[in-house]
Structure formats: C-alpha cells, structure tokens
Write a new protein. Structure first.
Length: 475
C-alpha cells in the first residue's frame, strides 16, 4: 500500500520503484514497527485524536498482525515498498480505511529510526549475552593453565616467560571493554524519536515523552530535526561490532599459529575443525581463520555507514536507507561467529610440556639478569647492557644463560655473581612478577576469579535488560 502519491499524476517507473524498495531487507523491523505503532496509537487515543472504539479495533488488529508476522502467516507482497507500507496494508485489509488512521502525527522518518533503535537494542543485548558466554569460556580455560609456563611474545619473538593462564586471560579483558562500550551505547541510544514527525514535530496533540516511556526508552528527543537524521547509534554500534571482530580476529590468529605443526601447542577439537578435499591428513583450524577473516567484513560495514553519513544535509535524506543492511549484516555475522569461537576455545587442549620446554628458549630469562643487577642498585642502563653481553656470550659458546660460569658472569659485570642462577629459572621468573596485573600464578588466579565475578554480574544485568525488553515488546 503506497503511503504517498496524492500530488502525483502517475506512479513511479519500474526502475525507480525497484531502487526505492526496501522491503527485501527492512521487513526485519516488522515486530518493532508494530510495537511502536501500538505506542503511537496509545497517545492518539489518550489525547482524543482517535475514538476509543476505533483505537480498540486497531489495537486488536495490530496484535493479530504481530502474531501473524511472528508465525510467517503475514508476509510482504511485490507491491509493498517497505515495512511500513506492508503493515499498513495488513491493517487496512483487516479494518478498511480506519487502518490508515495511525499515520496521523507520524512520518516514516521518525517511525523508521524508532523501529531501528528498538531492533538495534534488542540485538546488541543478544550479542552482549553471547560475549559473556565467550568470557566464561576464556576464563574457565585460563583457570586450567594458571600454573603452566609458556613463552610470552613481542614481535612474535620470545620475550619473557608467562603463565599460560595469564596469556589466555588477556582476551577476556578485551571483551570486557566491548561490554563496557555496549553499556555506554545503551545509555546514549535509549532516546525515542517518535513524535518528531518528518522533521518539525507535530501540530497534533502528541506526547513524545509518554510514547518514549511506553517503548522503554529513557527519554525522548530534544530536537526534532536531529531526531530523524541521527544515525550515530548505528555507526557506534557498528564500531563496537568492528572492535569485537578485531578482538575475535586476534584470537583467530593465535589459535591458527598455536595449532600449527611448528608450534603444536593447541589441539583444536574435531568438532571445531575441518579437513581437506584432497589431503586426507589435514585438520584445519577453520573456525579460527573465519573469525580472523570476518573482522574485515565488520570493519567494512562501519566504513560504509560512516561514508554514507559524511556530509548529509539537514533532516532526513534517502541516503539513510543505507543504514540498515550493514547493521543487519554485522549483527548476523557476530551471531554466527561468537558461538563457534566460544565452543572452539572451550574444547581446545594445550600441550603443557611443549609450552614449558619452550618457555626459557630464546634467552627469555635475560631480563632476570638485568633485574638482578638493578636490585643491587646498578643503573638499569648498565644492567641491560650486561644482560645483553651475557646473551652474546651464550650465542658464541652455544650455552644457555644458567650454564655460564661464575667467572664469565663476573667478567661481564663485577656485581654479577653466581647467585644470579637462582633467578634464571622459569618458575622463579613467573613468581617474581608480583606487580598489579602481573603474571605471577598467585596473582593470575586472583585476576581470573575477579574477572569471572565481574562477568557473572554483567551477565545478570544483561539478562535483566533482555527480560525487560521482552516484556515491553509483548505489552
């Protein structure tokens, strides 16, 4: 059903209608459009703009239509331009001309952004809950390897030994920041646009604050022009999703490296691996690779929307139709990737012995020599130089640091005595890293426990919000 056309002498050309038509993707907004229509109906009835009998009939029809949409019994047809026209067609099929009464005081401009906000809130909560499950998997796996040493890396070169539980747990902190960003986004996005009309508000007796409360928003718009043109919440959501994708990509890179023959640290479960169509021996970490690859798609969706928004003139412009598909795609992508990565992490086993044997290689204990001298109040620049000379001496004589003789140590620096061997052990190095956030296993155990408690609290808060949103949608 066309929502415009009275001043036109003919309908749009077929190519124009095809380009303008958005029903093929915005139909996903149908449940939210119906719920916002109920809120709009409530204020129209409250302020006497629709007779109570008519309002009751419309409300019954909206609820029927909601059930039919949910069951797939009501669907768009070829002549529907968008979700709004399709649903108005559904109402008029049930009620006749009165089905068009809801259009009073409302434009597709304020309607669509209200619907999209509701959709975005609903789905970011779903993604947030999946993030807490991913956090659980990461932290539970980290707890298994608190006391297991492994090489720590910078520049993909051996740097210093770390607790492998500490190594794994670092990812949990990245996703915790994503959850913080979602929390901030929810606050900024909880603003209703309904009542802004096309751009100037309405001369009818509406109450945007009443409608906002009805839909579970914290507040209503402060400027009607901004209300219909604002898509910050879309761009910001896409940034959050791109950042989540980037963090997933880093996991993907590590799992791919760790499961390689050269590392052979990680044994990815068969259920989260794939094979080769030609090489029967292959077991590929495809979930890790897909997590790494999908990040490009998520970043691309953000760039698409930012580019579309750049330089738009005032109020609503049809360019804004391009806000939905990137958002939908990023949401769909994460809903696919997050459960797979969570399962991959939860079911991966790591070779403790290989990691422990690799921990001291590459002269990763050299910093212990520098710290040993620093504790003797040798200026760190000199201590660093001495440790470097020890490494050079070992390379020339094919020795490990702890194999240097007392005379060799003293030759490098007069305060570098044989006592340094006491700190040239992996476990000694780990246990000495007791500064806040460090890799000492005793500290890592506390860090993981605190992160688990924080994640449980976040999960409970998200579950409560999801329940409140569900109750609002079904009201």
């Amino acid at each position: 059903m066309a929502l415009w056309g009275g001043r036109f002498s003919q309908g749009p050309e077929e190519s124009v209608f095809a380009l303008s038509r958005s029903i093929n993707f915005d139909w996903r907004l149908a449940p939210y459009d119906l719920r916002s229509s109920m809120a709009h109906l409530a204020i129209l009835e409250k302020n006497g703009l629709i007779e109570s009998d008519d309002a009751t009939a419309i409300l019954i029809a909206l609820k029927e239509l909601s059930a039919e949409v949910a069951k797939g019994e009501f669907k768009p047809i070829a002549s529907d331009e968008d979700v709004h026209s399709a649903l108005e067609r559904g109402l008029t099929e049930k009620l006749g001309e009165i089905g068009g009464a809801l259009r009073a005081g409302r434009s597709r401009n304020d309607q669509v952004t209200t619907d999209l906000r509701l959709f975005a809130i609903d789905h970011i909560l779903e993604i947030a809950m999946l993030l807490t499950k991913l956090q659980d998997a990461i932290l539970n796996k980290s707890a298994e390897y608190i006391n297991d040493p492994a090489p720590g890396f910078t520049h993909i070169q051996h740097a210093q030994p770390v607790s492998f539980g500490h190594e794994l747990a670092k990812h949990a902190h990245a996703f915790a920041r994503d959850l913080d960003r979602i929390e901030d986004w929810l606050t900024r996005t909880s603003v209703s646009s309904l009542g802004a009309g096309a751009l100037a508000g309405s001369s009818l007796a509406l109450d945007p604050a009443f409608t906002a409360e009805n839909l579970g928003f914290a507040t209503s718009f402060a400027n009607s022009i901004d209300a219909v043109s604002d898509r910050d919440y879309v761009a910001e959501a896409l940034f959050i999703y791109a950042m989540i994708g980037t963090h997933l990509s880093r996991i993907g890179e590590e799992w791919t490296l760790w499961s390689s023959t050269e590392f052979a640290w990680a044994k990815v479960a068969d259920g989260y691996s794939t094979g080769s169509s030609i090489m029967p021996q292959k077991k590929n970490p495809d979930m890790a690779e897909l997590a790494r690859g999908k990040s490009g798609r998520l970043i691309g969706n953000l760039m698409s929307v930012l580019t579309m928004l750049k330089g738009l003139p005032f109020a609503y412009n049809r360019d804004l139709q391009e806000d939905k598909e990137p958002l939908f795609d990023s949401i769909d992508t994460l809903l696919l990737v997050l459960p797979a990565v969570t399962g991959m992490i939860a079911t991966t086993d790591f070779d403790r012995e290989k990691m422990a044997l690799a921990a001291p290689t590459g002269f990763s204990l050299a910093t212990e020599i520098a710290d040993y001298l620093a504790k003797k109040r040798v200026p760190f620049s000199q201590a660093h130089e001495a440790a470097g000379k020890c490494v050079a001496l070992c390379e020339a004589s094919e020795l490990q640091l702890h194999q240097l003789t007392d005379a060799q140590f003293l030759h490098v620096h007069p305060q570098l005595d044989g006592g340094v061997r006491a700190v040239l052990t992996v476990h000694g190095a780990l246990n000495s890293r007791t500064t806040l956030g460090g890799t000492a296993p005793a500290l890592v155990a506390v860090q993981i426990k605190e992160a688990q408690l924080a994640n449980a609290k976040t999960g409970a808060k998200i579950a409560s919000r999801m329940q409140a949103f569900s109750e609002m949608m079904s009201a």
